[in-house]
Ligand binder design. Structure first.
Ligand code: SAH
Length: 458
């Protein structure tokens, strides 16, 4: 019988959904973070339930052949990356398996022709957006960095190996600015202090940089010194403040104030230019996003005369990519500000065959179809992790587009929704995972489903 505080030796046999290693001790399953399949490890049991428990890695007795020494010294402690200790090729294999398993076990698909995962050429310094919490340590010193896994204690660091490398300069400067001018970091417990987070964004093709300071107040002192220092950083285009005076762990407030430059930066994905403000949702890995959208476009296989719907369209990223090849694209998104951005993005690219609607996809699509008799040859969906609303899937089935291209960030809900579409008359044609988030457990997937009656044409 395994009990709390037991020290045991186990061999890791599998990886769980959150990247943790899974090992068995006399048939009893243990989940152990920071371990790799093939590791023989000494662990200490932290929590023991009836049939499974959680243990902490104490010592690696024999390392797995897939284990690598992470480039980042705080990997394992930081909550950002969960599997940096795994060889990148093995990470890709893990993600591919995750998608395949969900499609078989949840989706009930047995013969899946999966195309190989699209990996990153260089899985470092890829994120175009970073958010650094600011706080104080026990000694009262300012700390800037990342939250430790599952806590809000900040690990002090200037260097994130998956963030844009310009962040190193920004954080070094912000650290000295905060110390020199006694800018009080925010205290989450007491809800006091000023500086909460430092948000940075970087346009990989344009080289444009944004720094947005999230503050618990109306303004920040010594702004001229702030601007003087940050402006020296190459590419600086936007310095702004985001006001968040709420007692919440939501990072951003609603109000953005310009301090210097613009309140946005611009970047390209493929040939399409996007305007990105501090509050916009924008894919965080621009290089892989281009591959992801190209794949969605390839699966849609547009000939130029199609009416396409892009549901859950955000700031119109996929819509504008599709617009070049389609007769007409309709984008639907629930956040009004994102639709404002989508319209601006269409305008700055001279795209006039894309129209955008604010609202829930499951409300707008049936309404437009019924009231205005708008048709759909191809429907693209890119929902959040919870997947599509069943009402939306029912509408898709009744509108019966030839093709449904499903872009997903959660293989489990993807599989659930594909099963439903399959029961509604769609065939699973193509599946291809894309690694947008190297060193994390997340994986994106693009799927093509074709109406059974049209299967031959697809
Ligand atoms: N396709 C975009 C955004 C995908 S993220 C891109 O690639 O950038 C998913 C989006 O769905 C978010 O912008 C979210 O605000 C939106 N959303 C969430 N629920 C929705 C719903 N019921 N109807 C329409 N959009 C929704």
């Amino acid at each position: 019988m395994v009990k709390k505080n037991d020290q045991l030796i186990v061999t890791i046999e599998d990886i769980g959904a959150n990247g943790e290693g899974i090992g068995k001790y006399q048939g009893y399953t243990l989940f152990i973070k920071n371990t790799a399949v093939g590791d023989k490890v000494l662990v200490k049991v932290m929590k023991a339930g009836k049939s499974y428990g959680y243990a902490r890695l104490m010592e690696i007795i024999e390392p797995s052949a897939f284990r690598v020494s992470p480039i980042c010294p705080i990997a394992g402690k930081c909550g950002g990356c969960q599997i940096m200790h795994l060889d990148y090729e093995k990470q890709l294999e893990y993600k591919e398996d995750k998608v395949r398993n969900c499609l078989t076990k949840i989706g009930g698909f047995d013969k899946i022709t999966m195309e190989p995962i699209v990996g990153m050429d260089y899985p470092y310094y890829y994120r175009n957006k970073s958010q650094f919490p600011v706080g104080k340590n026990k000694e009262g010193k300012v700390v800037i960095g990342f939250y430790a896994s599952r806590t809000h204690s900040i690990i002090d660091t200037d260097h994130c190996y998956i963030g844009a490398d310009v962040n190193i300069k920004i954080i070094k400067f912000m650290r000295s600015f905060t110390e020199k001018y006694n800018i009080e970091p925010y205290d989450e417990v007491k809800h006091t202090g000023l500086l909460r987070h430092i948000l940075t964004r970087m346009g990989y093709k344009t080289g444009e940089v944004m720094v947005c300071l999230v503050i618990n107040g109306k303004d920040i002192p010594h702004k001229n010194k702030l601007v003087e220092g940050l402006r020296k950083i190459p590419g600086m285009k936007s310095i702004c403040l985001n006001i968040n005076t709420s007692n919440t762990n939501v990072i951003l407030g609603e109000k953005v104030i310009k301090v210097w430059g613009e309140t946005y930066i611009e970047d390209y994905i493929g040939k399409v230019k996007y305007r990105i403000s501090p509050l916009s949702f924008f894919q965080v890995n621009p290089i892989q996003t281009e591959k992801l959208y190209n794949l969605a476009l390839e699966y849609a296989d547009l000939q130029g005369d199609e009416v396409v719907w892009d549901l859950y369209c955000g700031i119109g990223t996929i819509s504008l990519f599709l617009a070049e090849k389609a007769k007409k694209v309709y984008g639907v998104e629930i956040i009004p500000q994102a639709i404002e951005d989508a319209k601006v993005n269409a305008r700055i690219n001279g795209i006039d065959n894309a129209e955008f609607y604010v609202g829930a996809a499951e409300e707008i699509l049936p309404k437009k179809h019924k009231e205005e008799n708008i048709s759909a040859d191809v429907i693209v969906v890119d929902p959040p992790r919870k997947g599509c609303d069943q009402k939306l899937l029912d509408t898709i089935i009744s509108i019966a587009p030839k093709k449904v291209v499903y872009v997903s960030c959660d293989p489990a809900t993807l599989a659930r929704d594909l099963k439903y579409l399959h029961e509604g008359g769609y065939e699973l044609k193509k599946v291809r995972p894309v690694d947008q988030f190297g060193h994390s457990v997340h994986v994106e997937t693009v799927v093509l489903m074709c109406a059974s009656s049209e299967a031959g044409k697809c």
